[in-house]
Ligand binder design. Sequence first.
Ligand SMILES: N[C@@H](CCC(=O)N[C@@H](CS)C(=O)NCC(=O)O)C(=O)O
Length: 206
Amino acid sequence: MIDLYTWMTDNGYKSRHMLEESGLEYTLKPVNIREREQFEPDYLKLSPGHKIPAIVDHDGPGGETISLCESGAILRYVGEKADNGLYPTDPLKRVKVDQWLFYGSATYTTLAQQYAYFWVRAPEPIEEAKSYYDGVLRDMMSTLDRHLGDNEYFAGDYSIADISIYADTHLHGVERIGLDEYSNLKRWHDVIEARPAVQTAWTPFA
Ligand SMILES: N[C@@H](CCC(=O)N[C@@H](CS)C(=O)NCC(=O)O)C(=O)O
């Protein structure tokens, strides 16, 4: 059994999406980051940088209980454990899955969060920062759109790479910027959005 410590944010949705796809049993453990619950001492033992998500697997490698934070690492861990093809075992296929997984985690989400800060949460509007991050987000969406012009999914078949990129495409692409100028990204987004795992993973829990 896996405990998933999460909240309703881009990174939070990724792990839940993956656990839903995996068919593994898991329990949701809400960590309300708006109430600063991520700073509770017990939670910091799971996620030293006070970030959601984190998991505890009570049946980890060798039957040990393990904890893990960082969305990309969680997606890989659950993918390996589920062994359902979403994190392929073929090293040749893994190369590109890892590339796009890291693009999703390290580049896309990280910069999209800055966009969200200046456009949604900043107490005072700072026009230069808003304009800068608008350009950054649109550039990343163009990059994704170009790749999907020649590829059905990001790295071969549907994989953890797609899961890593879906959340910010939905939150910012669909709900803020719009996907009309990114037709390949829209086609890909709509296919993933229709998956039952996504419908469940994006159900509010608080
Ligand atoms: N690199 C981390 C980033 C996680 C992250 O940014 N989590 C945010 C919510 S989306 C958070 O917990 N923020 C609360 C805080 O920083 O105190 C990952 O990929 O999981």
